[in-house]
Design a protein around this ligand. Structure first.
Ligand code: BTN
Length: 180
């Protein structure tokens, strides 16, 4: 196997491990919505920023596969709970690297604010909106109420994105992996 292939597989494994480790950090239940605050989506955003579409998606699929046997999801534990009210958010994670990478490639701007906005659309708004749609279906509440409840995640998720971008930029100074 070529050296770059090995490096690339190691990067995927590393980000998957980070996402799994973040899943061990206990979630914070909110009471009024059956979806907790978690840190794991910070790792998902890192996957999109650092690895790009293909490798980032593979990293998240790996987390899902590991979730078949061990509790990798902080909100719903194993993949067996894929029909829980919070699983729409987790399923949306699978598309975050694709949308992040698509946005960053279509708008190859160096402006940090624009980059922040693109990652925010993919890693925060898309996930919280898609998650809310499933939440509405799973709990039989109106889509409007689900979206309104899901707004509670936006400030924290935006902060996580900010941290993910700082980590990514620091790491990429050491070793370029993808787009930012
Ligand atoms: C699961 O483990 O079932 C997934 C939990 C999903 C929690 C979502 S991710 C986006 C939003 N931000 C949070 O902190 N929690 C929700």
């Amino acid at each position: 196997m070529q050296k770059s292939r090995i490096q690339s597989n190691l990067n995927i494994a590393l980000i998957s491990t980070v996402i799994v480790i973040l899943g061990f950090i206990p979630p914070i239940p909110l009471g009024f919505i059956p979806v907790p605050l978690v840190l794991q989506n910070l790792g998902v955003m890192l996957a999109g920023i650092l690895l790009g579409a293909k490798k980032g998606t593979i990293a998240i699929i790996l987390v899902f596969l590991v979730g078949i046997i061990i509790p990798t999801f902080s909100g719903s534990l194993t993949l067996a709970a894929i029909t829980s009210p919070s699983s729409g958010y987790a399923v949306a994670w699978l598309f975050v690297p694709f949308f992040t990478s698509l946005g960053l490639q279509k708008f190859p701007i160096q402006n940090s604010y624009s980059q922040f906005f693109i990652v925010w659309l993919a890693g925060v708004l898309f996930v919280d909106f898609t998650g809310a749609l499933w939440l509405a279906y799973a709990t039989q509440i109106s889509i409007y109420s689900a979206i309104l409840s899901s707004l509670i995640f936006i400030p924290g998720d935006t902060l996580k994105e900010f941290i993910a971008l700082i980590i990514a930029k620091r790491l990429l100074k050491i070793k370029p992996m993808s787009n930012v």
